[in-house]
Design a protein around this ligand. Sequence first.
Ligand SMILES: C[S@@+](CC[C@H](N)C(=O)[O-])C[C@H]1O[C@@H](n2cnc3c(N)ncnc32)[C@H](O)[C@@H]1O
Length: 226
Amino acid sequence: MLRSEVNQEILSILPGKSYLEVGVNRGKTFFEVIADQKVAVDPNFLFDFEAERANPQSKNCEFYQLKSDVFFSEFGHNRRFDLIFLDGLHTYEQTLRDLMNSITCINTNGVIVIDDMIPSTYISSISELSQSQRLSAALGNTDSSWMGDVFRLAFFIESFLPAFSFATVGENHGQMVLWRQTRKNIPERTLESTCRMDFGDSVLQRSVFNVLPCAEIISRITSART
Ligand SMILES: C[S@@+](CC[C@H](N)C(=O)[O-])C[C@H]1O[C@@H](n2cnc3c(N)ncnc32)[C@H](O)[C@@H]1O
């Protein structure tokens, strides 16, 4: 299931239709998603965003060629969005900052989606992109996918964000979906232990990610609203 298809399914059940995407790259997902207002943030768009600003088909779009931290502190703090898709720098710390910032500007019934939560291999889960690339090259790997240590966020969210329920889409590489619904029986962990989680934990503790079919996640979000 494409990232844009998951995002569109979620938007279809939300009362408002404003969309923020952090980490846009060539705009594959961004341009496929249909929403009333769309905001794109990336320090290095791989398309001509000045030309897009002048394109009538993109008249509901805004383009911020900035790092997400700058966007949130200078532009995002007084905005509200219904769906925020986090797909920027794939490190635990940066994605945690993006998540904290998103919580301050998500509408009450809004949803946050975090990409690349389930790393496919040990090499793809290394937090340093350059180290991951060096290892791939040394082993002659053709798969250069890098998901970083974003997976550590699952353990953080489970223990430190009880006001949000979450599940991870089973039909793709792991888009985690968060919505406001208080959880009970929160497992105790130290913050430090979440930083030490490794690829093995992402496999052996897969239940933490709560992997579900997209349709089931949509149904749970809908039930939480009624
Ligand atoms: C995996 S790509 C995004 C793919 C896109 N969401 C899609 O679905 O086609 C990751 C992007 O994050 C951007 N990025 C890196 N650091 C960032 C940061 N600090 N803030 C926002 N975006 C960042 C990169 O420039 C890159 O374009």
